[in-house]
Design a protein around this ligand. Structure first.
Ligand code: GLN
Length: 557
């Protein structure tokens, strides 16, 4: 049976959580035994978000096949079992790139190449490609209705309805119903306008997901239904929630899945959301808190570390803990004196995440040294592994000027360097080592204990790597290389055996962590951090008790 389609559009303002809505619908449908795939169209002209600033775009999510994609794909993978690739994220830039290549090849046989039908056909064939082998393809259109640049995508989904019919296509529109404090009222006008805008391009939404901060009363729903020409049951309260993992449950409460299946004339088994209910129960009933400090460069903009934050949440939930995350500006640790200690004190674990460029590196090295010497659990990801190696080379091996050639091309000790540069690979665009690579793990290491297997596959996004010329002195001084590519070329994991939990990886495990399957590296890091925090607390309490009971001894010192 050919797949059916759910098209998710957004109105009124951006950031209403269309991606989460699409992912949550996918999650709900999976819970009823439906096989889904998800994809996103981004209307901007960049070919992919790989070259965009994290401030502009947020995190670049990397898929197994090495595509640099929109962060919404991260939601799709965390909420569903869909296997995503470069086919699941298209920008206007990439669509046009295809068309122009075809035009240059002469594929259009002399015809005038136009937005309709050539661009829309290209968009439709991208949709059809991800719809193979699934029951339903959920297609999210980025941007907001009314944007000039999203028009070709809107037109393409309008054509899909024409082509396939109502029973095979469903339009979900995510909109805003704001509460206006001055009037003490929820307002439906923005939603009415947004639906009007959709209607003007020939799309009548079937379901309205209304983002609000409170439940929509029956009268409110019937008003929206009347003005927007949808059945009342299709006006859904998409209420703000404390945890994104609650959204599928909120939608289930509003019977979104039943509505979808009814519209698409599909039969499905009963809903089973027990695992998600358990996750949400943990979110609201933690036994304790674990405090992690992330030392990075883009810390003021959390979206740039979306998957990382979620992976830490998954790790904490696995131990029934609430995650207290503090973002520490790396540059702020470059104090030149010991005042950084006050900033780093009190964390149960310290993490240096991925990053590019020189800014804040010295601060990261300071934080790593602190974690290493004070035996605070440390987890270094990509740049965080590279800086851990630099710190070790400088402060343990004594190679004072050790560095990465990324930050100091003239350094006499390129502990981190660009192997491919030496092999004559051009630098510009797309030279990063991207996507899934196999890593062999050394037996009897922390990495082995964490993964429980000797071969893993993880996703990468880096240009520089560990320089094997420094393996001997670093290993002799106590660094353990616990993971490498099968051919031994790339170092993938390092650790310090004389530290309770100090581990670094060249890859990005955060991309593969899910709430229902917390990644072992995050689960164990958070576990070690909590244990360390508890031990430290107990020690502090012992000291306080001693001081209280034996004041003369303390005073006598
Ligand atoms: N800047 C480093 C490199 O390119 C690290 C990259 C990263 O952390 N993703 O190798």
């Amino acid at each position: 049976m050919p797949a059916k389609y759910i098209f998710v559009t957004g109105g009124v303002v951006s950031s209403l959580g269309k991606g989460l809505a699409a992912a949550s619908i996918g999650c709900l449908l999976e819970s009823r035994g439906i096989k889904v795939n998800l994809m996103k169209f981004d209307p901007y002209l960049n070919v992919d978000p790989g070259t965009m600033s994290p401030f502009q775009h947020g995190e670049v999510f990397v898929t197994d096949d090495g595509a640099e994609t929109d962060l919404d794909l991260g939601h799709y993978e965390r909420f569903t079992h869909s296997k995503l690739s470069r086919d699941n994220n298209w920008t206007t830039g990439r669509i046009y790139e295809q068309i122009i290549a075809k035009e240059r090849r002469g594929d259009y046989l002399g015809k005038t190449v136009q937005v309709i039908p050539h661009v829309t056909n290209e968009i439709k064939s991208a949709m059809k490609k991800v719809a193979q082998e699934v029951d339903i393809a959920i297609v999210e259109i980025g941007g907001t209705v009314g944007d000039i640049e999203s028009l070709p995508f809107m037109e393409a989904i309008r054509q899909m309805r024409q082509e396939l019919g109502r029973e095979h296509t469903l339009f979900v529109h995510v909109t805003l119903v704001p509460f206006i404090a001055a009037a003490q009222e929820l307002k439906t006008k923005p939603t009415q306008h947004s639906v009007k805008e959709l209607l003007s391009i020939g799309i009548q939404p079937d379901i309205l997901l209304c983002r609000t901060d409170r439940f929509l009363a029956k009268e409110m729903k019937s008003k929206i239904a009347l003005f927007c020409n949808v059945p009342e049951e299709a006006v859904i309260t998409a209420k703000d929630v404390a945890s994104v993992y609650e959204v599928p449950l909120v939608f289930a409460n509003e019977n979104v899945d039943t509505l979808v299946l009814k519209h698409l004339h599909m039969e499905a088994k009963d809903r089973d959301l027990a695992k998600w209910e358990d996750i949400v129960h943990r979110v609201y009933n933690p036994k304790d808190t674990v405090t992690i400090g992330i030392v990075g460069k883009y810390v003021e903009y959390e979206d740039s570390y979306k998957s990382l934050k979620e992976a830490l949440v998954h790790g904490a939930l696995a131990h029934n803990l609430k995650l207290q995350l503090n973002w520490i500006e790396a540059e702020g640790l470059e104090t030149g004196d010991k005042s950084y200690e006050a900033q780093l004190e009190g964390y149960d674990g310290i993490l240096v995440p991925g990053g590019f460029g020189k800014r804040g590196i010295e601060g990261m090295l300071t934080a790593i040294r602190y974690a290493r010497e004070k035996k605070v659990p440390y987890f270094g990801i990509c740049l965080g592994m590279q800086t851990a190696c630099i710190e070790f080379a400088r402060n343990v091996v004594g190679l004072e000027e050790a560095n990465s050639s990324e930050f100091d091309p003239a350094t006499p000790h390129r502990v981190i360097y660009k192997l491919r540069e030496l092999r004559g690979v051009e630098e510009l665009g797309g030279t990063m080592r991207l996507g899934a690579w196999t890593c062999k793990i050394e037996p009897n290491t922390l990495a082995h204990k964490i993964y429980g297997v000797l071969e893993i596959s993880e996703r990468h996004r880096h240009r520089y790597e560990f320089n094997r010329e420094y393996e001997e002195p670093l290993v002799a001084a106590g660094l353990r290389i616990s993971g490498s590519t099968p051919d031994g070329t790339y170092v993938e994991m390092v650790e310090l055996p004389d530290h309770p939990h100090f581990i670094g990886c060249q890859f990005h495990p955060e991309f593969k962590s899910k709430p229902l399957e917390p990644h072992p590296l995050f689960r164990t890091f958070v576990g070690a951090a909590y244990e360390y925090g508890q031990k430290r607390k107990a020690e502090k309490e012992t000291v306080e008790v001693e001081m209280f009971h034996r004041p003369e001894r303390v005073a006598g010192r």
